[in-house]
Design a protein around this ligand. Structure first.
Ligand code: ADP
Ligand code: MG
Length: 700
């Protein structure tokens, strides 16, 4: 009954020793558990191996298997290359070529060896070739392929390979391990989870992932191990969530005078069903004596701000203050204007505090917050500075929370005793990522847009269409509408040279639209200047706003019904979606034109096609993940997304959902995992997952 043996070092395994165990350690393999979870990258069997006779140049990657009949190092003018020729049937040959790592590859591959190679076939004179293929030496294993065996191939690293670690080495070591100590492997999941989810036994799965007896068995083993990996991660989130639920918070009752007045007399519309639902979640959270920790997710224009305003009134009605934090000054201004306009009619004192607030005003605001005179402060990270002291902060609303560091969020929530926290994001993310990233906090989603919105028409256009595009813009302007023209920006921090496009674009627009006020806005401007430009666009004084991506988030000008995105092929999908969300915010139909180069990659064409086909942010985010893979979904921005060994958030949503349900219902029923049928799972969790979980940066 020992799970502990999984912690033993690999060093003492048959076939390892100190030298090899060093190489393994470099690859992150320290314990037996690590080794067993070093999953194969691919499998060879009769059905996955192509005959050389069938291979065609230019096809998708193929795996072929044969004997090396020729090897040669061929000197070139500056570099040399290494070539081998493989034959699988008499006269059927394919060449493999290496330009890099020649010394090492040529030492490893000898004439007469059996080898499997994997790569994209190309032409080589009259014959076929693979350039820099993945390869595995096979020898004695390969004959057994003919009898239906499946052979695992392992991911290599240069270091592993230099220490003599081939897939064959892995197979040998793991085979010996399972043969000698396989008895000690344990089922790690409770029996009811295994049966309810129709999983195969954990011990079988651990053997079969390395030595599958058949393809169906391999599939079952893979599904089982994916489930297990996702299950333990969700178990960690469920535990974390339970921790949040123990933090007391001030109970604030809904239905006070300000809230009622606002709902009855101030807002000129009915809340949508999704807004109502989000609001009832929030009301429950704020009233129940536990700190609220909720994320409000909804596309741009879905009406999150109104919901946050009502939450604020609940806090103010019960004698508390509210802090509203936005990632940029423009957004803070925007919130201040829109919420300010609503709240002033209620007689609530609301102020804005940013980096560019003059010192004297700042001091007055600090005083007003400390005395409790000021009920709401809207601002950038300036509101989390030490000097800011609240009399009684009851609610923090954090907009576009992913743009703030974890520390900044923690500081704002540290400003009151335990203020309720409402996070908001207009960046839809795929469901599988949401359940992983925000799996420990409560989420409300607004999918439904307010009624009366006209769908946005989106069209990809070319340079030759520019005259027609301008003609349409003129029409929009003539009818009293306004237009955005957006230029991409390569860097987050806008460099002068990146701005050239936008600056010359602005000049071109001015020439093409005489008599129309066209203004340029970009991130390098002083914020006072930006504010003035925005104010003139909001008031309708200027008709065209030429901008870089500073308008990406949250800007709300319902009268702007046309957007031209220049060099659209350079933007990512989520950014295109965010940009487009600036239009279609009023009752007029809106149009978005994506100006794209003729020459563009397959992926960028698909991105633009997706933009043409839908405006649903959640659908777009799912496409984006499909195109980029879950790991790259957030680009370079640090996301806190864990890396899984076998599960893939791009494809395994169904498994994730089942694993989550199982994990959360266990924690619901047995929060401390005291039930004896959970004891083995609990030990395994403590030994191998809890510590890993702590590496992840979490929000909330
Ligand atoms: P978000 O913050 O989600 O981007 P906003 O709260 O700024 O969206 O709402 C966008 C626009 O829609 C605002 O002008 C707002 O007044 C309006 N709006 C919000 N909710 C409704 C509703 N239920 N019916 C009609 N208009 C609404
Ligand atoms: Mg908003």
């Amino acid at each position: 009954m020992s799970l502990e043996f999984l912690q033993d070092s690999v060093q003492f395994l048959k076939g390892v020793g100190p030298h090899r165990s060093n190489a393994l350690a470099q690859a992150g393999i320290h314990s037996i558990h690590d080794l067993l979870a070093y999953y194969p990258r691919r499998y060879l069997d009769r059905t996955s191996v192509a005959r050389i006779a069938e291979v065609q140049a230019g096809s998708d990657p193929v795996t072929v298997l044969g004997t090396i009949v020729q090897t040669a190092i061929i000197p070139g003018r500056r570099t040399r290359r290494f070539e081998i020729t493989i034959e699988d049937e008499p006269g059927r040959r394919i060449k493999c070529v290496w330009f890099q790592g020649v010394a090492w590859v040529s030492k490893s591959l000898e004439k007469g060896s059996r080898i499997a190679v994997h790569g994209k076939p190309g032409k080589y004179g009259a014959g076929l070739s693979l350039s820099h293929p993945e390869f595995d030496l096979l020898d004695e294993d390969s004959t057994s392929l003919d009898t239906g065996r499946i052979i695992a191939l392992y991911p290599g690293t240069a270091l592993l390979e230099k220490s003599g670690f081939t897939s064959r080495t892995f197979r040998k070591i793991i085979y010996a391990l399972i043969k000698e100590r396989g008895e000690e492997l344990q089922e790690t999941l409770p029996a009811h989870v295994v049966s309810e989810n129709e999983l195969i036994d954990g011990r079988v799965a651990r053997r079969a992932i390395h030595f599958p007896k058949s393809n169906p068995e391999l599939t079952e083993a893979r599904d089982r191990l994916k489930f297990e990996e996702l299950f333990f991660f969700q178990l960690m989130l469920a535990t974390k969530r339970l921790g949040h639920k123990k933090i007391p918070g001030t109970a604030m009752r809904s239905g006070g005078p300000l809230e009622r007045h606002f709902l009855d007399d101030i807002i000129p519309f009915q809340l949508t069903g999704d807004q109502q639902k989000a609001l009832s979640d929030i009301r429950r959270d704020m009233a129940n004596g536990v700190q609220m920790n909720r994320l409000l997710q909804g596309d741009v224009g879905s009406g999150k701000t109104v919901v946050a305003a009502i939450a604020s009134l609940i806090a103010i009605d019960s004698g508390h203050q509210v802090a509203f934090m936005a990632p940029t000054e423009i957004l803070a201004e925007q919130h201040f204007r829109s919420i300010g306009a609503l709240f002033k009619r209620l007689g609530i004192q609301i102020e804005i505090l940013t980096g560019s607030t003059p010192p004297a005003e700042k001091r007055a605001i600090y005083e007003g917050l400390a005395s409790g005179q000021i009920k709401v402060v809207v601002g950038t990270h300036a509101i989390i500075q030490d000097k800011v002291v609240f009399q009684n902060l009851g609610l923090s609303v954090i907009d576009e929370q992913h743009r703030f560091g974890v520390l900044q969020r923690a500081e704002l929530t540290g400003k009151g005793t335990t203020p309720h926290t409402l996070l908001m994001t207009a960046t839809p993310i795929p469901r599988s990522l949401a359940l992983t990233l925000y799996g420990d906090i409560d989420v409300s989603v607004i999918r439904e847009l307010p009624p009366g919105r006209q769908p946005i028409k989106t069209k990809m256009v070319r340079e030759k269409d520019r005259t027609a595009v301008y003609a349409q813009m003129k029409q929009v302007l003539a009818e009293g509408g306004q237009c955005y023209v957006v230029f991409p920006l390569v860097e987050e921090s806008e460099k002068m040279e990146d701005l050239k496009d936008a600056i010359s674009g602005h000049q071109a627009i001015q020439e093409a639209f005489p008599g129309v006020q066209a203004e340029l806005i970009h991130g390098r401007m002083k914020s006072a200047e930006k504010e003035e430009i925005m104010a003139r666009f909001v008031s309708g004084e200027s008709g065209i706003l030429v901008s870089t991506t500073v308008i990406e988030v949250g800007v709300d000008v319902p009268n702007a019904t046309f957007m031209l995105i220049e060099h659209a092929e350079r933007f990512g999908l989520s950014q295109l979606h965010q940009l487009r969300g600036r239009i279609g915010r009023g009752s007029q139909a809106s149009t978005c034109m994506l100006m794209a180069e003729y020459r563009q990659s397959e992926v960028s064409r698909r991105r633009l096609n997706v933009m043409e086909s839908t405006t649903d942010g959640f659908k777009i985010s799912e496409f984006d993940m499909e195109l980029r893979g879950a790991g790259d979904f957030f680009g370079t921005r640090q996301s806190g997304l864990p890396t899984f060994r076998i599960a893939d958030l791009t494809t395994d949503y169904a498994i994730l959902e089942r694993a989550r349900r199982a994990a959360f219902s266990i924690i619901d029923a047995d929060p401390e995992l005291k039930n004896p049928e959970h004891s083995k799972m609990r030990r395994y969790f403590k030994l191998f997952f809890e510590r890993d979980g702590l590496r992840l940066s979490r929000i909330g």
